[in-house]
Design a protein around this ligand. Sequence first.
Ligand SMILES: Cc1cc2nc3c(=O)[nH]c(=O)nc-3n(C[C@H](O)[C@H](O)[C@H](O)COP(=O)(O)OP(=O)(O)OC[C@H]3O[C@@H](n4cnc5c(N)ncnc54)[C@H](O)[C@@H]3O)c2cc1C
Ligand SMILES: N[C@@H](Cc1c[nH]c2cc(Cl)ccc12)C(=O)O
Length: 516
Amino acid sequence: MLNRLVIVGGGTAGWMTASYFKAAFGDRIDITLVESGNVGAVGVGEATFSDIRHFFEFLGLKEKDWMPACNATYKLAVRFENWREEGHYFYHPFEQMRSVNGFPLADWWLKAGPTDRFDKDCFVMPSVIDAGLSPRHLDGKLIDQPFDEGADEMQGLTMSEHQGKTQFPYAYQFEAALLAKYLTTYAVERGVKHITDDVKKVNLDERGWISGVTTAEHGDIEGDLYVDCTGFRGLLLNQALETPFISFADTLPNDSAVALQVPMDMQARGILPCTTATAQEAGWIWTIPLMGRVGTGYVYAKDYLSPEEAERTLREFVGPAAADVEANHIKMRIGRSENSWVNNCVAIGLSSGFVEPLESTGIFFIHHAIEQLAKHFPDESWNPVQRRLYNDSVAHVMDGIREFLVLHYHAAKRNDTQYWRDAKTRRMPDELAARIEKWKTQLPDSETIYPYYHGLPPYSYMCVLLGMGGIEVQASPALALADPGAAEREFAAIRDKTRRLTEALPKAYDYFAAQA
Ligand SMILES: Cc1cc2nc3c(=O)[nH]c(=O)nc-3n(C[C@H](O)[C@H](O)[C@H](O)COP(=O)(O)OP(=O)(O)OC[C@H]3O[C@@H](n4cnc5c(N)ncnc54)[C@H](O)[C@@H]3O)c2cc1C
Ligand SMILES: N[C@@H](Cc1c[nH]c2cc(Cl)ccc12)C(=O)O
């Protein structure tokens, strides 16, 4: 029975992988994780999809177990600021689009004669976020959602099995290094062997399969399946096995970032419970509120901006609080490995692929890859069909998210710099151009978005199209014949629920302070 896993790399990918497989297979799997004490983790990666709750549920962890240890907060949406024009913002929330008489409410919104805030008219959460509120009451009760932690609907489902059933109203934001540290303890307590050392050589047999890794001080480490969690360098998959990397640079130009971890009195500042993406002259700045600090960074294209200019802009954006904070400059490898599982090596995390952090998808990629590896875990036959099924699923998720991110830049109305003008004319994935033509006539639905599971529902595409404002969309002609009464009642119900929640819910900071 194949049951010896050797994981190289101890960032978020390495420790999520180690923890998950110990939770999945217990003592029936032998896991060694080796991580360098000299080569740091990338040091960012703080916001998630709401699906990450399946990961913590699978590990048997409740929010109260891990959130305080990771300075974590809730993320109710991504807030896009200044993507349409200066001063405009909209949300991409974790809230399903309601449907009236078979048409999405956004379609009725278009027919009714749009206001400038489709999100506040069609969803409840944007107003909850604007008010800086928590989605849980001080007693921990979640706003009326169909399920909560530990509910039957959460048990045993992978993310892909769960999508479309119910939409949990929030995701998480946490300090990446603290999560890796928390998961290290979780994994080592359950038997993972942790070695701090540098892998100096990846040894291949005559077939080109990995026979072991040689470390600087702990000799050779041998296993059955090797998991490359070495980040952008792809030490095992891309370097040792020479697996080609497919660049997405022709459609996603942002290849650089500069990050700051800014200590902050969050009680005085207050917590806006979302990740904010503020458009800039040559990219965008993320702002992620955590307990005790703010994570922020400028994601940009080096063809349009130098690292020095990016850092200067970021420091001006943050203000005096950034004065004594050291900047972390990062070169991002944008794209994906041709295959993430080759022979007996599987890459998970940045070593597998990455598409810039605009919608916080890096950790979603890790979680998806882990679930798929558990699903397709090999036996002695090393059935190539398992590898093919795995590689197809991982490639689809990355290719789908790539399309979704490219849509953001093509749909953004602003055109005040060469960067934003080029965003309109830059090549896009062939299929996306065809999809956009359809969406100009009919809002996205499950038939017209990227056809394979990639973690996003049609309403996410509606949010981008209606929020960014650069692509004209129209209401379904059929609505001209339909009775608007039901839609009007739905809009009124949203306004009523918004009023009740914004009157009843606690401030986000107050909720977390009460849980501490
Ligand atoms: C600017 C930026 C912002 C991001 N924001 C988000 C976000 O908001 N949400 C999100 O989901 N994702 C985000 N991501 C992606 C996220 O950071 C990564 O998915 C996550 O950190 C996982 O990284 P990793 O573990 O694959 O690699 P890394 O964190 O780089 O870890 C690599 C590991 O390999 C080890 N290593 C390297 N070489 C050797 C060697 N020779 N021997 C032994 N060990 C070695 C290192 O010590 C380290 O432990 C962001 C990425 C970037 C670049
Ligand atoms: N499965 C993802 C899809 C999703 C639905 N809404 C959002 C909003 C944002 Cl900011 C990211 C992702 C999503 C999930 O439920 O997290």
